[in-house]
Design a protein around this ligand. Structure first.
Ligand code: SAM
Length: 275
C-alpha cells in the first residue's frame, strides 16, 4: 500500500508545496503507529485536518472509527483522496476547506457525526498553534486530540512550571486537557524532510475543565508578555492587580513561570470578578 501511495502521487504528478507546509508521511508503518496512539474507539467519528496524500487517513480507515471526515485546503489532494480511497467513501468524507475558517460543529452535524469527534492531524507548522487554540476553546463537538507539531511547540504545550518551555500555550492547554508528548518523529520520516524535528502530542480532556479560555488568554498575555518581571508589575495593566493577586492567593513578587496553571485560572477568575 505504501508503494501504491507513492506511485499514485507520482502518477498524478503531486509534489509538495512549501506554501501549504506540505511534508508528507508516506510510511504506513509509522502512520499506523500514530493511528494507534490516537486511541480511536469503535463507532467514533474522526476529524483529520490536512490529510494531504492520505498516509494518516489510511491508518484512520483501518481503525474502528465509524466515520472519518478529512479537511484539506489543497484541491489537488482533495481530488487525489477521492480517487485513492474510492472504495471507502461510505466511511470517508473529503472536504475542501481552510481548517482555520471552518465551523467544525456544523460540519460534523451535516455529516451525521455522533458524539464528540476525535481530532487527528499532521498539522502544517504555520497553522498548528492557532488551530490548537481554536480547538481548546471548542464546545462538546470536540473529543481527544492527537496532533503533530514541531518539537519545540510540542514541548511548550506539555511544559510544567519551572521549565523554560512553560508559558501561555501550556497554561491554555492545561485549562481543558492533559497533554503528553507521545512520540518523537525524526525529520527524515517526512517527504520532503522539514528543517525541524517533530513530535506527536496527545491531549485528553479533563473532567472539570476551566472554561474561560478568552479570559485566560488575556491574562496570560499580560503575565508572560514580560516573563522576567514579577506578577505585580506584569499584571499592572489589568486594573487593581494587587487585589487580583491577593484574591487569587498568589505572591505578588512571583514570576509567571513558577505559577501552576491553577494559579492562572484563579487569577483569571479574580480579574473577571473585579472587572
Ligand atoms: N497529513 C498528511 C501527511 O501526514 O502526509 C499531510 C501533512 S502536511 C504537513 C499538512 C497538510 O495540511 C497539507 O496537505 C496541506 O495542504 C494541508 N493544509 C495546510 N494548511 C491548511 C489549512 N489551513 N486547512 C486545511 N489543510 C491545510
Amino acid at each position: 500500500m505504501s508503494g501504491d501511495l507513492r506511485q499514485a502521487l507520482e502518477e498524478a504528478d503531486l509534489f509538495a508545496r512549501k506554501s501549504l507546509g506540505q511534508h508528507f508521511l508516506l510510511d504506513l508503518n509509522l502512520t499506523g503507529k500514530i493511528g494507534r496512539l490516537a486511541g480511536i474507539q469503535p463507532g467514533e467519528t474522526v476529524l483529520e485536518i490536512g490529510p494531504g496524500p492520505g498516509g494518516l487517513t489510511h491508518a484512520l480507515l483501518a481503525s474502528p472509527a465509524a466515520k472519518v471526515i478529512v479537511v484539506e485546503k489543497d484541491p489537488r489532494f482533495v481530488a487525489h483522496l477521492g480517487r485513492f480511497f474510492a472504495d471507502h467513501l461510505d466511511r470517508l468524507s473529503v472536504i475542501e476547506a481552510d481548517a482555520l475558517a471552518i465551523d467544525e460543529a456544523a460540519l460534523l452535524a451535516s455529516h451525521g457525526a455522533k458524539g464528540p469527534a476525535r481530532i487527528i492531524s499532521n498539522l502544517p507548522y504555520n497553522v498548528g498553534t492557532p488551530l490548537l487554540v481554536k480547538w481548546l476553546k471548542a464546545g462538546p463537538w470536540r473529543g481527544p486530540m492527537c496532533l503533530m507539531f514541531q518539537t519545540e511547540v510540542a514541548e511548550r504545550i506539555c511544559a510544567r512550571p519551572g521549565s523554560s518551555h512553560y508559558g501561555r500555550l501550556a497554561v491554555l492547554a492545561a485549562a481543558r486537557c492533559t497533554a503528553r508528548l507521545a512520540l518523537h518523529v525524526p525529520r527524515l520520516a517526512f517527504v520532503p524532510p522539514p528543517k525541524v524535528e517533530s513530535a506527536i502530542v496527545v491531549l485528553e480532556d479533563h473532567q472539570s475543565p476551566f472554561d474561560d479560555l478568552a479570559g485566560l488568554e488575556h491574562l496570560t498575555a499580560h503575565a508572560f508578555g514580560q516573563r522576567r518581571k514579577m506578577l505585580r508589575a506584569s499584571l499592572k495593566g489589568l486594573g487593581n492587580c494587587e487585589a487580583i493577586l491577593d484574591a487569587a492567593g498568589i505572591n505578588p513578587t512571583a514570576r509567571p513561570e513558577t505559577i501552576e496553571p491553577e494559579g492562572f485560572f484563579a487569577l483569571t477568575k479574580a480579574w473577571r470578578a473585579q472587572a
